[in-house]
Design a protein around this ligand. Structure first.
Ligand code: DP6
Length: 335
């Protein structure tokens, strides 16, 4: 019998991944960039038991039994096992039981699949003694998961090859490069979203003209500017690019037919508040970014957290914004 446990954190994209060029291999149409949060706050935890006594494979997610035959789970498992050459052949033949949990709302646009699949693949790699690159395997579970394999600021290179071998995540700089950086999550709604990222982005690929313009004309240039602003620790520009990218991503969602509407009135009020706040100082001190859901992720420097939070609590007293989760120590160490 063998038991392994892993934890993996969520990542919050500042340049969004939206749209695939290959649905099965999960190959994106544009590069993306994110920071990986500290594992103490929002993370997935996966334990896998392998035993000759197990009669069948099993999978539990947040305490509920799920099908083991899901395509994404199967793709990850198959690829890990294919690479597991030098391990004990017995273990490879044993059935496994997978138990995964998130300590944050699943499917509310809070990147749960990213942490979940990064964690699953890390645990499988540990179980079967795989070393080296695994971000491309995590990508087979969920695109954004490949970025959670690394700490700090991470770029997912879309790659050019049709086999997906070069569609991998790479660390740009470690978290220690910008230790003052913090992320606040304003939980507007923790219900499951209507259009999943997977189906929403497929519809955008099929129907949005803006999507191609964004991936061809905007992202490559903006990516270089974003990396420069991070390397120079230029918060003002970093914030501007982050907010512009979030806005363009949601514009693409609205350009989709029928549209994908992820932000709600409270989300728009939060973005309005951030702009008003920044105007007071004549420079950006907070940046918002919204994924495929109404919750706001705010990038902010440690020195500004307390003041900005008091403004948020005044303007949005609970329960309007359900809970303000203050995530310290973000991003995390290198793994
Ligand atoms: C808006 O990685 O969840 O969060 O690859 O289909 O599993 P699949 O999609 P997913 O999409 C994430 C989209 C996003 C932007 C991002 O994280 O880059």
């Amino acid at each position: 019998m063998k038991i392994v446990t892993c934890i993996a954190p969520v990542n919050i994209a500042v340049m969004k991944y939206w749209g695939k060029r290959d649905e099965d291999l999960i190959l994106p149409i544009n590069d993306s960039l994110s920071a990986t949060l500290n594992t103490n706050f929002m993370c997935a935890k996966t334990t896998i038991l392998a035993s000759p006594d197990l009669k069948e494979n099993k999978f539990w997610l947040n305490g509920k039994e799920e099908s083991f035959e899901g395509k994404r789970l199967q793709n990850c498992l198959r690829e890990v096992q294919r690479r597991a050459k030098d391990m004990n052949p017995d273990v490879l033949g044993w059935k496994i039981a997978i138990c995964s949990e998130n300590n944050f709302p699943t499917a509310a646009g809070l990147a749960s699949s990213a942490a979940g699949y990064a964690c699953l693949v890390s645990a499988l790699a540990k179980l079967y003694n795989i070393e080296g690159e695994i971000s491309d395997i995590a990508r087979l579970g969920s695109g954004s998961a490949c970025r959670s394999i690394y700490g700090g600021w991470v770029r997912w290179h879309k790659g050019e090859l049709s086999c997906g071998e070069d569609s991998v995540a790479r660390q740009v700089v470690p978290s220690s490069h910008w230790p003052e950086m913090r992320v606040l999550i304003l939980v507007v709604n923790d219900k499951k979203k209507k259009d999943s990222s997977t189906s929403g982005m497929q519809r955008s690929v099929d129907t949005s003209d803006l999507l191609l313009y964004r991936s061809d004309k905007i992202v490559p240039k903006r990516m270089e500017e974003m990396i420069t602003s991070i390397k120079n620790k230029d918060f003002h520009n970093f914030a501007k690019l982050t907010m512009q990218d979030s806005n363009q991503f949601h514009a693409t969602c609205l350009d989709t037919y029928p549209p994908c509407v992820y932000m709600n009135d409270v989300s728009h009020s939060i973005s309005g508040l951030v702009h008003k706040y920044n105007e007071l100082f004549d420079e950006n001190r907070v940046a918002y970014t919204f994924d495929a859901g109404p919750n706001a992720c705010l990038y902010i420097l440690e020195k500004d957290v307390e003041e900005f939070l008091s403004v948020v609590n005044y303007v949005f007293p609970p329960p309007e914004v359900d809970q303000v989760e203050y995530l310290t120590g973000m991003p995390l160490e290198n793994r």
